[in-house]
Design a protein around this ligand. Structure first.
Ligand code: DI6
Ligand code: FE
Length: 411
């Protein structure tokens, strides 16, 4: 081998969705080591260049590795019993009032050891990986005490060490009010601000801080206190907002420079404008919309018109979105929310990365979610004819090759 240059790999004659758009020509993608070295039409690659590369595949559709920017993959227990109750007509809210819902997962998560949580989450994450995910965000939020939130975040970090996937962690201490603070939600917010965030920051366990801004969770003012504490520790912020009602949580989050506002079925014009001005991402979660049989659609046309980037994620969690299938979300985003297949794909690649602050050099030296020279080689090759076909058919098992950080993990 000449010198100590890394072995080059080429995917040739492929149809390329680069994270934003589909490139029409038969394309070539060359990977050297952990990075993408070159992306070019086949006609521009001379014989000498081609001779220096190992052909990994010829033909097929290539996309960036999928980015699932919103999950709650680490949790104890199951809520299959509540699913049955809901089918019998008991509402999500009524189940919550009976002490079920999020709080039933909190009880099971507190009970579980780190080992148990890890063992339960691993196959969920493996399912995402096997369908093309190379970057995943994992939230805490079912511990709701300093020790149990840190336990969840530690499990999330360990998952990223054990499996070939980038894990981004988010502290969601302000997810629900734990029973021991039943009549003192301000007291709980103080705990989040004064103990939980500092502890997570000190141990380097959280990459961002999230809140649930909703009538059944925390007020705009309480969420703002959480954001101020996050800022004091240099942590970026995001919000579950406008999921069940319009409180203005997204606009407040945008004023604080939020990476994203997530759910946003009830987002109004002012909220759309605030996201646009802040450059925040609108994260769409069609799995929760589907599971809760929502009827209020997020303001897709207004977001599109304003140029707000739209991400798509699974929201994988035991209650409102027990769905561990990223390509199904591409289909749901189109079928339920009327995104174009290209928009849905951008939502699970370039814009998903942006919702995590990983699309540019603001928070890291990665440029994830795109296929371009210099970016980490996180790639998926699919057995489909066109990128749109990935969203069109609901058909697991079409992943032909998966490359994570320059390593072929699936072939
Ligand atoms: N919104 C949701 O849809 C999930 N969390 C949130 O803030 C629900 C999580 C659950 O039901 O366990
Ligand atoms: Fe969520």
């Amino acid at each position: 081998m000449p010198g100590n240059q890394p072995t080059r790999m080429i995917w040739r004659d492929i149809t390329l969705f680069d994270g934003i758009a589909t490139l029409p020509a038969p394309m070539g993608v060359i990977v050297a080591g952990e990075r993408i070295e070159r992306v070019a039409p086949m006609s521009e690659l001379d014989p000498e260049t081609l001779a220096g590369c190992t052909v990994m595949a010829s033909g097929g559709v290539m996309t960036p590795g999928l980015v699932d920017c919103h999950t709650h993959l680490v949790f104890g227990g199951s809520r299959a019993d509540e699913f049955e109750q809901r089918l019998e007509g008991v509402s999500y809210e009524e189940i919550a009032r009976r002490g079920g819902g999020i709080l039933s997962t909190v009880a099971a998560t507190r009970e579980a050891s780190e080992e148990t949580l890890f063992a339960a989450a691993r196959p969920r994450l493996q399912a995402l990986i096997d369908e093309g995910v190379t970057t995943v965000e994992i939230k805490s939020g079912y511990g709701l005490s300093v020790a149990d939130e840190l336990k969840m975040l530690r499990v999330a970090r360990r998952l990223g060490e054990a499996l070939p996937v980038r894990v981004v962690t988010t502290l969601l201490g302000a997810h629900a009010l734990p029973p021991e603070f039943k009549d003192d939600s301000d007291g709980y917010i103080r705990l989040v601000c004064e103990e939980m965030i500092p502890a997570a920051a000190a141990e380097g366990l959280a990459d961002a801080v999230d809140v649930f801004c909703e009538t059944i969770a925390f007020s705009v003012a309480q969420c703002e206190r959480v954001f101020e504490a996050a800022e004091a520790h240099g942590l970026p912020i995001k919000a579950h907002a406008e999921q069940l009602s319009n409180l203005g949580g997204s606009a407040m989050a945008a004023r604080h420079g939020a990476l994203s506002a997530d759910h946003i079925e009830y987002l109004d014009e002012a909220g759309v404008a605030a996201l646009r001005e802040a450059g925040s991402v609108a994260v769409l979660l069609p799995g929760a919309f589907h599971t809760l049989r929502e009827t209020k659609l997020p303001p897709i046309a207004a977001l599109r018109e304003a140029g707000v980037p739209m991400a798509v994620a699974t929201d994988a969690n035991p209650g409102s979105s027990p769905i561990f299938d990223p390509t199904l979300m591409l289909n749901f985003a189109c079928t339920l929310f009327r995104l174009t297949p290209q928009e849905a794909l951008a939502g699970m690649t370039a814009h998903g990365a942006r919702a995590l602050g990983l699309d540019d050099r603001r928070f890291s030296d990665l440029a994830l979610g795109r296929i371009e020279a210099g970016a980490p080689a996180d790639l998926c090759l699919w057995n489909v004819d066109t990128p749109a076909a990935l969203a069109y058919a609901v058909q697991p098992g079409r992943l032909r090759q998966r490359v994570f950080n320059g390593e072929v993990t699936h072939d």
